[in-house]
Design a protein around this ligand. Sequence first.
Ligand code: PLP
Ligand code: COI
Length: 366
Amino acid sequence: MTGVLEFTRVPHPSPVSEQDRARVLAAPGFGVHFTDHMVTIDYTEGRGWHDATVGPYAPLRMDPATMVLHYGQAIFEGLKAYRQQDGSIASFRVSSNAERLNTSARRMAMPELPEELFHRSITELLAVDGDWVPAAGGEDALYIRPFMISTEVGLGVRPANSYKYLLIASPAGAYFPQGVKPVSVWLSTEYVRAAPGGTGAAKFAGNYAASLVAQAQAAEKGCDQVVWLDAIERTYVEEMGGMNLFFVFGSGSDARLVTPELSGSLLPGITRNSLLTLAADAGYTVEERRISTAEWREKAASGEITEVFACGTAAVITPVGSVKSAEGEFTINGGEPGEVTMALRDTLTGIQRGTFADTHGWMTTL
Ligand code: PLP
Ligand code: COI
């Protein structure tokens, strides 16, 4: 790409009325309502990124032989824009999401999007749809979904020569209908999410398709979520559904936090990375290492593991209250949210909402 790409703005001819938007914002749910506009930027081999547009949110027209429909070059990101106390809008660690989109792109033989365009796509969308960001003071935020698909038409199996980057946004409340109530998890030994050398470290659409049957199995077992184990030994904990996991050992100022190390087959969560920093700031020892299901079971029974929680952009921090596997069932912290879990949750959400000092420079005003 040469020079700065200008965005063409095409206003929606009939945007959602103020009353209807207020109705949506009063009870947004997750991922069911969308703002009036979307961003699209096209990529063509040899020409680079071109035709950046902020236009009406609308269906895409696609040839039935468009490559993404057959061979699945599709990646995405997820981040949130938060209303601040003074009415402004800020987002959290945008550069990390831009970087991870490009890591995913490289794994899927797709073109990288310059970080500056990623940022601009968000500021351009917020410039026209800023009124869709929920009010300050609560848990709600605007969930932003950047994604990229291949658009070349043809059935040959090879990287496509054209792509489309899109950005849509959706006002979001609690991801889990029960809010911060602890979830129950099923340890999946039959299905694995990702294997060494595979696509697990990419935010790749196919990973989510492959997860659905295991999530359905977890539900059949009476659990809210599936916990993924390593593909080889089916012993080491990787992550939970679409979230990373943390284990709290001990309590009070002696608490230690352990999170599965980045094995190459789990997603390097931006919330995970932020919590490693915030936990260290709070004086806790943090460790990234392998943790087995046997260690989890034994140390939960002995009281050494005191709390377990999952973390991600959509649901922030969710306590894990009970664990079920072929070997039986056990609870964590009597099925209640723990102190360390909730303190970290307050710190993280406080930074995101501008009520706690952003000492790491993670927030960007949009
Ligand atoms: N793991 C998976 C599989 C995910 O889809 C996500 C969500 O994006 C996460 C972990 C958490 O990542 P982040 O904290 O960047 O949202
Ligand atoms: C997360 O943000 O934690 C997610 O897993 C996003 C999900 C909707 C794919």
